[in-house]
Design a protein around this ligand. Sequence first.
Ligand code: DX5
Ligand code: ZN
Length: 221
Amino acid sequence: MKFIVAPSIFSSDFFRLSEEISKVESIKDSWLHIDIMDGNFVPQISFGSAITKTIRKHTDKVIDVHLMVKNLEREIELFSETGANYITFHSEETHFPLRMIKKIKSYGIKAGISINPFTKLDYVDFILPYIDLLLIMSVEPGFSGQKFITETKNKIEKAKFIRRDKGLNFLISVDGGVCEENALQIIEAGADILVMGSYFFKNNFEEIKTFIETLRKKLTK
Ligand code: DX5
Ligand code: ZN
């Protein structure tokens, strides 16, 4: 079982952003997860498209933008110019998800849809054939450092079975409270991508690296 680690730079030390991004670069099969918060869809404000564009100039890593914003069409337009590889938006924010997906894809960018813990998987069922990524939130979005909601595991498994039964191939990403204690269970439930915020950036980096390598070895056995 292979998995991707997607550290969320929202939890990094902004003063040393380039060193923090180098940590992500030193991990095999890693993406950069960029949390965009507009102070509206969620209470906090994080970064915008300009910072994302700057980061793109300095890394070849896959840039995985997670839009937690209200003004979706406008933000998608702005982020289409950043060099992002994936743009994911929240299902809770629009009644026109297909239009958003089409818009993202029209720029040659892969499209993802996200569901909050309170949103049932059934809500996005019909959209699954059109997406490249399903982002399952395992905490309510807006803050890093929250505790993983264990019920999320059922949702991940359900998504994995739907994908198999319908012959689809979207990636399953899990975001919020992912850490050493739950990473293996989350992957076994069906996650392809582990978004990691505070666990990745607020602990000893060598230990995290070792943990990820050990987990990878365990899963290839
Ligand atoms: C939550 C964000 C997450 C978050 C992850 O609003 O989408 O990406 O920052 O942080 P941790 O891993 O600390 O929950
Ligand atoms: Zn995120």
